[in-house]
Design a protein around this ligand. Structure first.
Ligand code: P6P
Length: 311
């Protein structure tokens, strides 16, 4: 049986979300193809390397961060069903001027420090019911997911109770359903930057020592959240970016990283926690709020919780 394209899939499987939601997915997929073609030539193009600018957090902005941010932000704002768009790279959300029913958040190019070493990076997005402020709980997410710029270009998104993956086929110029109804895997893989061992809180050190003593885990860490979460989704295990002595709130952003990817992992049958609670229950105090995030297979997150101590 012919595998459906992303547009066909959305029409039949998200009909309850209607034509308006399909508009967002079309904007997303066409922008992903453009960004991917730019990334594929990184090293040969003027947009490589640092822009010399700093983002709202004082972090170095890659030229391709700015490029991707501009494209995705404008693509979403052009959808008449979209009311507002927030981006990790913008100080404030942008209003579309449309009387739209959705607000969108995105991290246009997560992991961009990996661009120049040709490692997987991604775009993370979440679609919320329209709100005057973007500061909504992740539990209100309508849909969330990511674009993975890897050996193949993929788009994975979740709605309540369902996660599906699409692979771009350059032959057809379209995204084709390649990973239907994804249920999180069950392999014993842990994913954390162990270079920070001396910064980790004691309970995290105790947890890591304990699983290493079992002698049945592999360690995998790309250093690009989309890459690490995608592997965790397909193969299972646990991804950890806890708070530590250098990152007292954690490093990853609730609105742009932890909530969208936590929502997706939970829809796949996994779990996510921040400070011992569900990150989807946290009302962001500010758009760039950072949180510790631990996500993955239910039993692996349960095992972590056995060592958890509030900091
Ligand atoms: P560290 C990339 O910079 C990022 O925001 C995430 O994609 C990734 O998971 C994390 O930071 C890596 O951080 O401290 O291990 O380099």
């Amino acid at each position: 049986m012919e595998k459906p394209t992303l547009k066909e899939f959305v029409k039949t499987n998200n009909s309850v979300l209607g034509e308006q939601f399909a508009q967002i997915i079309v904007a997303l997929q066409s922008t992903a193809v453009i960004v991917n073609s730019k990334l594929a030539r990184n090293g040969l193009i003027a947009e490589q390397g640092s822009s010399g600018d700093k983002n709202v957090y004082g972090e170095d902005v890659q030229k391709l961060d700015e490029y991707a941010n501009e494209l995705f932000t404008q693509a979403f704002l052009s959808c008449n069903c979209v009311y507002s768009v927030g981006s990790e790279e913008l100080a404030q959300p942008k209003l579309s001027g449309h009387d739209g029913i959705y607000s969108i958040t995105h991290d246009p190019l997560d992991g961009s420090s990996n661009i120049d070493t040709n490692l997987p990076i991604g775009t993370i997005f979440a679609v919320y019911p329209k709100s005057e402020t973007l500061l909504q709980k992740g539990s209100t997410i309508t849909a969330s997911g990511y674009v993975l710029y890897g050996p193949s270009l993929m788009l994975i998104y979740a709605t309540k109770g369902s996660v599906n993956g699409f692979t771009y086929d350059p032959k057809f110029g379209d995204f084709i359903l390649s990973h239907p109804n994804i249920a999180i895997g069950s392999k014993k893989i842990y994913s954390i930057n162990e270079g920070y061992w001396e910064l980790f809180h004691e309970n995290d050190q105790n947890y890591l020592s304990s699983i290493k003593k079992e002698g049945s885990y592999s360690l995998r860490y790309v250093g690009s959240m989309v890459g690490d979460v995608h592997r965790t989704l397909l193969k299972g295990g646990i991804f950890l970016y806890p708070s530590d002595k250098k990152h007292p709130e954690g490093k990853l952003r609730l609105l742009y990283e932890a909530a969208p990817l936590g929502f997706l992992i939970i829809q796949s049958g996994g779990s996510a926690i921040s400070n011992g609670t569900n990150p989807l229950d946290i009302i962001p105090a500010k758009h760039d709020q950072r949180v510790p995030i631990i996500l993955g297979s239910k039993d692996e997150v349960e095992k972590y919780l056995g060592f958890f101590k509030p900091q």
